[in-house]
Design a protein around this ligand. Structure first.
Ligand SMILES: *Cc1c(COP(=O)(O)O)cnc(C)c1O
Length: 469
């Protein structure tokens, strides 16, 4: 499977090149030339596979023969060996037709570990084959950064620089990044918000000279290979609930549109998903878009679910390309308009297509606290604020008739409740306890640097601190 850019000016590229490049050279995002598909019989045959074997089966068609199914399964086995649950991504039943998919069993207790632990191994494999060194640059609203620093630390071929908005990540998230003290690991606080961090990363990637000089790679969810391992848990949970013979719905707490786009990919591959629910906090650019067909940027308002405090969802461009019938020139026009005016509107045809699969709901902070409190009281389950936004959306989609009463809804639990103590304390009066492997986190030594939101300052830092080949 080769890859092309959503802006039509780059590719086709093989899998490893796509992996190492991250963002396409025309400013677009890579997608496979076409979606690989599985027949219902092929999906039924996946039922008895282990999680790692399933990962190999689902990801192999994307790897162009460059890595085969069995090596992929071995890489996934190694990536998930340290997770603290044997099922890797366990499904917990909440009521007759509602399930929670727990995606917080990795080392940094958020779902980013599922992709990042795999990605680090894929990078290592590709770079060492070519005897190359790379600089990984990422923007994080919290969880990507810790997962990346954790996964990529001590890998000789890679230096990681993670930009995060100063004072806008939770204390646990910050300590998870700053306590990774290892060669090649750099946590950088930026004086700005997450969109500023993301804009810096985009600017450096679009500076082709700098990009080649330091061999820049991206590991935030604009990297296609980040999305690939996330498709796997849509398959594992749908299979557990009766796929291919029974349809399911997923409710996905959404920021950069990466996780929910992995669900979209699963739909294209033939997994019977009836609907994808996009759940946002008060930064509701996506619900406004899915309701009215108009994307309009506003300023970010900090919330209790900071990993979703995003106005510009970088992965949305992938869906846009699909909604525009894979017309790269049109996608570029729309994205250029969005960059200059902060808004764009799609026509009825594209919106009909979007609304046939996606529904979107928003939840403010007081609703989030109420959802955590009522779920704790009624089910004894402690949710982190992002997961609460997702579950509330699932409940409302059921209540308003969007989802029939007998169709199972899987609501994604994207982080462990101990990672976001403010919301949990507000809801229940006490914080959740960290899992045993992280009990001493808040007393571990810290190491970080602080920079202005300035492209040249970030460039200078990378040049000065990256190790040479
Ligand atoms: C990253 C993250 C999200 C948002 O996921 P996207 O793929 O950016 O949409 C939601 N919740 C948590 C806990 C996260 O870490």
């Amino acid at each position: 499977m080769d890859y092309i850019s959503t802006r039509g000016q780059d590719g086709p590229l093989g899998f490893e090149q796509t992996l190492l490049s991250g963002l396409a050279r025309d400013g677009g995002l890579y997608l496979p030339v076409e979606w690989p598909t599985f027949s219902p019989d092929e999906i039924a045959d996946m039922r008895d596979l282990s999680y790692a074997q399933l990962a190999g089966r689902v990801m192999a068609p994307f790897c162009n023969g460059e890595i085969d199914e069995f090596e992929l399964a071995a890489m996934a086995g190694a990536a998930y060996a340290g997770f603290d649950h044997p099922a890797v991504a366990p499904l917990v039943q909440l009521d007759d037709t509602t399930y929670i998919l727990e995606l917080f069993h990795g080392p940094t207790i958020a779902f980013k570990d599922y992709a990042m632990q795999f990605l680090a191994r894929a990078f290592d494999r590709a770079l060492s084959k070519k005897r190359q060194h790379a600089v990984i640059l990422g923007a994080t609203s919290g969880d990507t950064g810790s997962a990346a620093l954790e996964a990529f630390q001590k890998r000789g071929a890679v230096d990681v620089f993670i930009l995060f908005p100063e004072g806008r990540v939770s204390p646990v998230q910050q300590r998870q990044m700053t306590s990774v003290i290892a060669d090649g690991a750099h946590a950088v606080a930026i004086k700005g918000d997450f969109d500023d961090c993301q804009a810096l990363v985009k600017a450096l990637f679009n500076d082709l000279e700098f990009r080649d000089e330091v061999n820049l790679s991206a590991v935030n969810s604009i990297n296609w290979a980040r999305l690939m391992p996330q498709i796997v848990y849509y398959f594992s949970s749908a299979l557990a609930l009766g796929a291919p013979d029974r349809k399911v719905v997923f409710s996905v707490p959404t920021g950069n549109f990466g996780n929910v786009f992995a669900g979209y990919a699963a739909v294209q591959m033939g997994l019977p998903i009836e609907r994808l629910i996009v759940a946002s906090n008060q930064n509701d650019i996506l619900p406004r878009f899915f309701e009215a067909g108009r994307m309009a940027r506003e300023t970010v308002v900090p919330s209790l679910s900071p990993s979703m405090d995003i106005q510009v969802s970088s992965n949305f461009e992938r869906l846009l390309f699909e909604l525009l019938e894979r017309d790269g020139a049109k996608t570029k026009l729309v994205m250029d308009e969005f960059a200059t005016s902060g808004q764009f509107t799609l026509d009825v045809k594209a919106m009909t297509r979007a609304q046939s699969l996606f529904s979107a709901y928003r939840l403010n902070d007081s609703g989030t606290v109420a959802e955590i409190a009522s779920t704790a009281k009624n089910s004894g389950m402690l949710l982190d604020p992002h997961s609460a936004v997702g579950l509330s959306a699932a409940r409302r989609a059921r209540a308003d008739g969007t989802i029939a009463s007998d169709v199972p809804i899987v609501s994604l639990a994207c982080a462990h409740p101990a990672k976001f103590e403010t919301a949990v304390k507000l809801a229940t009066g006490s914080a959740a306890t960290l899992p045993p492997h992280m009990a001493d986190l808040m007393t571990r030594p810290e190491q970080m640097q602080t920079l202005a939101a300035d492209v040249d300052a970030v460039k200078a830092l990378v040049r000065a601190q990256k190790r040479s080949e």
